[in-house]
Write a new protein. Structure first.
Length: 271
């Protein structure tokens, strides 16, 4: 009986001891998470006042958040009685294996750092990369999110993004709209150019500088093709693209200038 009571007392002591440690760990996690949130918010306010780039702000805040959470976890482990030096030694010993297993993640992290250093893109830029076209929504530690014109979110690994070709349509602030308008061979070239140019100059969304242009680009099989080249801001690009096509058709119809139908020739062979 004495042995049973001694064992019971030991279990109670152990339960009390570890129970208090677990409760302490939970309290540390709650308080630590609250402190981390306050630190991130404080850093965010400082960076906003210093006019840090939005992409850099989010990247640094994500990085700082991860570092602080790792420190918090190490603190909790120490409170539970786990030797953190041994824990660190185990991590160091497993570092090579972890590095091999996380090659892609490490490459993506390095790619994210390169994107922050060289800044080929920023949030809000219209880019084309890895076969995708869209507006940059967020540059995270490992990936970059873009939103396509069809409102789909595409997530691109930073390693692929930093090592591949990037076409940034926003950097220069102006985009050329490339259109081809074909008219009949019977149409007067000078009159056609005047009609098409008036469509461009009458459109307030078409930029004056660089100036729009209309030129004969090709003598095709059934039409004389004109290269219609207005410039627009990134925001107005699609409005100018679709609007110009419609207005050119209406203006040519009003001027009596024919847009020929595609021609096809049937050959009948006598038996």
């Amino acid at each position: 009986m004495e042995l049973e009571s001694i064992n019971t007392q030991k279990w109670i002591e152990l339960g009390t001891d570890y129970g208090l440690k677990v409760i302490g760990a939970i309290v540390i996690w709650i308080i630590g998470s609250w402190i981390i949130k306050k630190i991130r918010n404080g850093i965010a306010k400082v960076m906003a006042k210093q006019n840090y780039d939005e992409s850099l702000q989010k990247f640094l805040l994500n990085l700082i958040g991860w570092i602080l959470k790792i420190l918090l976890i190490l603190t909790i482990l120490a409170n539970l009685g786990i030797e953190t030096t041994s824990f660190a030694a185990i991590l160091a010993a497993a570092g090579l294996a972890i590095g091999m297993a996380l090659q892609g993640s490490l490459a993506n992290f390095a790619g994210g750092v390169l994107l922050m250093i060289f800044k080929p893109i920023k949030i809000g830029d219209l880019i084309e990369a890895q076969g995708e076209l869209g507006v940059v929504k967020e540059i995270e530690i490992f990936t970059t999110k873009i939103v396509t014109p069809t409102n789909k979110e595409v997530i691109i690994p930073n390693a692929a993004l930093s090592n591949g070709n990037i076409t940034n349509y926003t950097t220069e602030g102006k985009l050329r709209v490339d259109l081809t308008i074909g008219v009949s061979y019977d149409a007067d070239i000078k009159q056609t150019k005047e009609v098409l140019m008036k469509v461009l100059t009458d459109n307030p969304q078409v930029l004056k500088d660089p100036a729009p242009s209309v030129n004969v680009s090709e003598l095709a099989d059934s039409s004389v093709n004109f290269a219609v080249r207005p410039f627009a801001t990134v925001a107005d690009y699609w409005d100018v693209y679709f609007g110009t096509i419609e207005k050119c058709k209406l203006a040519l119809d009003a001027a009596g200038i024919e847009i020929p139908y595609p021609h096809s020739v049937e050959i009948h062979k006598d038996a």
